[in-house]
Design a protein around this ligand. Structure first.
Ligand code: MEV
Length: 391
């Protein structure tokens, strides 16, 4: 099968050397190796230092846990594996994934193996800060417009130099209630803390401008821009057609779309956990985006699939589009030793690249789930590991 290979996408890789070192051949039979062997191969390939290697083995100590949340009494561990075979925008990538579910990492790797190259892109790094105003004076909306630059200046005085407030929008939501939003370029961070601080900091000015009472001051986890991944998959024609049939089930039925998207999130969330992301924000954003992607017979939209599947040039083609609010500085990315190690393992990607990798994993995860469902069913793969446990 001749899979097209003519992509040209921006991919900023901070540590290009890692890609050159990554030899696919060294990973043959990876899953049959012992845990120690696998760790050695991965650390060798990605030139991980001893501290990062220790973090992959141990996760997090009690003191670190105690510095992160309240009332700590322990550390809860989950398996961390790497998905193989990923070639994204022309670069080989070993992808760390944290999940408790059998088959997820194998399925992501198998999905990636069916592609030649995945074209993927992260979203623009914008986050929206929301301010709710109750009982505004009559000319409040106009005043926000007139004072937009003052609001942006106040916001930028609060934000760090790496971020910038770029736009103010506003709308009437109900009688005596308006919202004002500030769009922030949060750079390489996820930006939640910074945007919340900004919202709280500008609130007195908004109160003065609108003459109303400011109540909520918080970011929105609804991302204004989306990332995507798309690829051609090498699969028999009959299976390709049934994958499209399976996609159509999700397109026309919300109950199926929920499970379809759960399969996508098996991959996205696993990479998110491994790299220290706020996975609740990722999930909330994804499902909100899917809210109108389905088709209701007779007209209208409903909750639908995050991915699309089609046969193009006689080959199965899939595309996953979704918001991916992630960060590679701040938050857990440096404070969780294993998350820092996973980012190092990935070659310290930019936030744009990390989002692209997550989209690629979500797409391959979805492909493998649909391929299994459209052929043998998923239990066969699940039971493999179960049988290994009993041996
Ligand atoms: C199981 O974790 C995920 C699947 O149910 C996804 C799907 O049905 O598409 C297999």
């Amino acid at each position: 099968m001749n899979i097209p290979h003519n992509y040209n996408v921006r991919f900023i890789w901070h540590n290009k050397a890692i890609n050159n070192r990554l030899k696919r051949t060294a990973l043959h039979g990876f899953y049959r190796r012992s845990v120690d062997d696998r760790l050695e191969i991965v650390t060798d390939m990605t030139k991980l230092g001893a501290e990062h290697e220790r973090a992959l083995r141990m996760g997090m100590d009690m003191d670190t846990a105690d510095s992160l949340v309240e009332n700590v009494v322990g550390v809860y561990a989950l398996p961390l594996g790497v998905a193989t075979n990923f070639r994204i925008n022309g670069k080989d990538v070993l992808v760390p994934m944290v999940t408790e579910e059998p088959s997820v990492i194998a399925a992501a790797s198998a999905g990636a193996k069916a592609t030649k190259d995945i074209k993927a892109a992260g979203p623009l790094p914008y986050v929206i800060g929301q301010i709710q105003v109750l009982n505004p004076t009559k000319g409040a909306m106009n005043m926000i417009k007139v004072r937009e630059q003052d609001i942006l200046d106040a916001a930028n005085n609060i934000l760090s130099k790496r971020m910038s407030a770029i736009k103010v929008t506003y709308a009437i939501l109900a009688d005596e209630m308006i919202k004002m939003e500030i769009v922030v370029d949060v750079g390489e961070a996820m930006g939640a803390n910074a945007v919340n601080t900004m919202c709280e900091g500008v609130a007195p000015l908004i109160q003065e401008i609108t003459g109303g009472r400011v109540l909520l001051r918080i970011l929105s986890n609804g991302a204004p821009h989306i990332g995507y991944a798309e690829a051609y998959f090498d699969v028999e024609r009959a299976v390709a057609e049934d994958i499209v049939n399976a996609y159509n089930f999700a397109l026309f039925d919300s109950s199926r779309a929920i499970t379809h998207n759960k399969g996508v999130m098996n991959g996205v969330t696993a990479v998110g956990l491994a790299t220290g992301q706020d996975t609740r924000a990722l999930e909330a954003g994804a499902h909100a985006y899917a809210a109108d992607k389905g088709i209701v017979q007779g007209g209208g939209s409903a909750y639908g699939p995050l991915s699309r599947w089609d046969i193009r040039k006689d080959i199965l083609w899939g595309r996953l589009s979704m918001p991916l609010q992630v960060g590679v500085i701040g938050g857990l990315t440096t404070r969780h030793p294993a998350a820092a190690a996973c980012l190092e393992l990935l070659g310290n990607p930019s936030k744009y690249d990390l989002a692209a990798i997550m989209a690629a994993v979500g797409l391959c995860q979805n492909f493998s789930a649909l391929r299994a469902l459209a052929t043998d069913g998923i239990q066969k793969g699940h039971m493999k590991l179960h049988r290994r446990r009993l041996e």
